[in-house]
Write a protein that binds this ligand. Structure first.
Ligand code: MN
Length: 205
């Protein structure tokens, strides 16, 4: 079974005005689809990997044959990160987290504004393409960090809970060089109930 591009769980214009419909369409139908296609193409020579989950593959990249490891790191990361991207976002979202996640954020980063500033800083200081993350360590504590390209927190033993895609393809049509405006707008479409669910339920494979 090859990896399947998940359907966008809402209309292309559902994230307007924070993310424009054309960017969402190209981001899902071209970029996410491209990572999916290239991941499947890379794994064709080693079809035993189709029996694993993408989380299992990214957590143990060393088990991937060297010949295809870079392709899997890049496209497998791109595939998995965008699977997360579309479900961590949504219309009628934003606001602040609740429950155990809110408590953990407060404990580690101070109030919500301070937390947001730290994530924004990780997003704005990521040179070139990559992601800023709120991730969970295996002991359940939180970390704010960033990764280049499509390198995955999973490959560092971290479970990504919330990511900001700061590749230019995520924002350039609407925001051009103004990554800071895109990062500010991002918070209006974060589906905190999904991030809370991941915080409480996700474990490393
Ligand atoms: Mn992207």
């Amino acid at each position: 079974m090859s990896f399947i591009l998940p359907e966008l769980p809402y209309a292309y214009d559902a994230l307007e005005p924070y993310m424009d419909a054309l960017t969402t369409e190209i981001h899902h139908d071209k970029h996410h689809a491209g990572y999916t296609k290239n991941l499947n193409a890379a794994l064709e020579k080693y079809p035993e990997f189709f029996d694993k989950s993408i989380e299992e593959i990214l957590t143990d990249l060393n088990s991937v044959p060297e010949e295809i490891r870079t392709a899997v790191r890049n496209n497998g990361g791109g595939y998995y990160h965008h699977n997360l991207w579309w479900v961590e976002l949504g219309p009628n979202a934003g606001g602040e987290p609740n429950g155990k996640l809110a408590d953990a954020i407060k404990k580690e980063f101070g109030d919500f504004e301070s937390f947001k500033q730290k994530v924004n800083s990780a997003a704005l200081t990521r040179f070139g393409s990559g992601w800023a993350w709120l991730s969970k360590r295996s002991d359940g504590t939180l970390i704010i960090h960033s990764t280049p390209n499509q390198d995955s927190p999973l490959s560092q033993g971290l479970i990504p809970l919330l990511g900001i895609d700061v590749w230019e393809h995520a924002y350039y049509l609407k925001y051009q060089n103004r990554r800071n405006e895109f990062v500010d707008a991002f918070w209006n479409v974060v589906k905190w109930d999904e991030v809370e669910r991941r915080f409480e339920e996700s474990t490393l494979p």
